[in-house]
Design a protein around this ligand. Structure first.
Ligand SMILES: [Zn+2]
Length: 437
């Protein structure tokens, strides 16, 4: 075996492989951005390569956040204490007034910087001017899954519906050679996009080998609107238009009946659970245990910072592991290892990228993070997986690697001037506040 570029040794390597293997006193060797070897430290020689001693750290896969609107971070804390529909009206008013390509780039950099510092290495993002999200992601070094947005009313980017398909097709062309970009089509929802436009988005995504992602069954009102308009519930409506399948990622799925859960399971459609957004907007409790039991792949998302106020996938993981226990009265409703899988490899699977990311295994991309365990809330440490799910948080993430490139070192983001970024965002604050005054 050729010698690695570097080797990281840690007291625990939580691999998130199918057996959820935890290696005590483990090591990971990296060569050309790929995990060359993983195992007990004694079995992974450094062969003179750079050796990173991650003492007091858990090494684990980077987190995969499967539903986000990073650019919406510009509006963090702007609209509070409203349910989804009136909340969305106010959000859209602010977006319409502020968002041009430069503002979207700034918002994306803010959101993606927050994500990287918290240990997220791959994010699915739906936002206006997605090419600006890609520019921000490339500058910061994070993997991003994004693409053309579809929206039938006049968009907050000032664009009309008639150009959405061409823009989405151009997006695929533009990112063809970008190794860190997963392209797809992202219609906003079944209540804001016509069946015809949903179908054309789905056809484009499939013809280009990309994903299709939309908001689905988030609220009672959405189910009522779609049922009133089309005579079918949201998931049946998507099925009717051939928009379910292993290349489809549905955000939320809070209000599902048994038939809809059956449709999701039979089609291999992926669901993204966003517990904090659902709690804060009073959308409800997604039937996550029922989805898991039916065999649906459930990943996790933060949604935007405008609905959850931050982009903390650790909080999403802890809520996913706890709130369904209370809702169902079953303390085993979502098992510890299931919650960790939802934050890592289930997201990779939803992206069709299980062969590349989501776990620490030889041959996969070297996307991993270091989590400090030399702290009071990590002692004693009986079970590293339980610690990560129930005790750890984003403040514990010290180092982040994507494709073997170190992007965060000892809590410092190496790829952006965070102080300048925050100053730039704060300079926009008066204009944002005035937009909804
Ligand atoms: Zn959303």
């Amino acid at each position: 075996m050729p010698s690695p570029d570097f080797v990281v040794r840690a007291p625990y390597v939580v691999t998130c492989d199918d057996a959820m293997t935890v290696i005590e006193d483990g090591a990971v060797a990296v060569r050309d951005g790929i995990v060359a070897a993983v195992g007990p430290a004694g079995a992974v020689p450094s062969d003179g390569a750079e050796l990173i001693e991650a003492a007091g750290r858990i090494l684990m896969p980077g987190l995969v956040n499967m539903h986000c609107h990073a650019g919406d971070s510009l509006f963090r804390g702007l609209v509070e204490n409203l349910p989804l529909e009136p909340w969305l009206e106010t959000v859209w008013k602010a977006e319409r007034a502020i968002l041009d390509p430069a503002a979207c780039r700034l918002g994306a950099e803010l959101g993606l910087a927050e994500l990287l510092l918290s240990g997220v290495t791959t994010v699915m993002d739906m936002f206006w001017f997605p090419e600006e999200t890609v520019r921000a992601a490339k500058a910061l070094g994070i993997r991003v899954a994004t693409g053309g947005i579809f929206f039938d009313p006049p968009g907050m980017d000032g664009h009309l519906a008639d150009r959405r398909l061409a823009d989405a097709a151009a997006f695929f062309d533009a990112v063809e050679d970008e190794p860190l970009v997963f392209p797809g089509c992202l219609p906003h929802g079944t209540y804001t996009v016509s069946p015809e436009h949903l179908r054309s988005a789905g056809r484009l995504a499939r013809s280009r080998g990309g994903f299709f992602s939309t908001h689905a069954a988030e609220t009672v009102a959405e189910q009522a609107t779609v049922t009133g308009r089309y005579g079918r519930r949201v998931i049946a409506h998507l099925a009717e238009h051939d928009l379910l399948g292993p290349d489809v990622v549905l955000a939320h799925c809070v209000h599902l009946d048994a038939a809809e859960i059956g449709l999701l399971a039979a089609s291999g459609t992926h669901v993204v659970h966003n517990p904090l957004s659902n709690l804060k907007l009073a959308s409800g409790f997604a039937p996550v245990p029922a989805l898991l039991r039916a065999g649906v792949n459930v990943a996790l998302g933060t949604d935007g910072a405008i609905s959850g106020n931050d982009l903390d996938l650790w909080l999403a993981m802890r809520l996913a592991a706890t709130l369904h226990k209370a809702v169902t009265g079953d303390a085993a409703a979502v098992a510890t290892h299931e919650a960790l899988a939802m934050a890592t490899k289930n997201g990779a699977r939803a992206l069709g990228a299980s062969d590349r990311i989501g776990s620490i295994e030889a041959g996969k991309a070297a996307d991993f993070i270091l989590v400090a365990i030399d702290k009071p809330h990590a002692a004693p440490l009986f079970d590293p997986v339980a610690h990560l799910v129930y005790s750890a948080g984003r403040g514990d993430v010290t180092d982040v690697f994507v494709a073997g490139r170190r992007l965060v070192e000892s809590g410092r983001l190496l790829t952006a001037d965070v102080a300048a970024l925050v100053a730039g965002v704060n300079a926009l604050r008066p204009a944002i506040a005035a937009a909804i005054a």
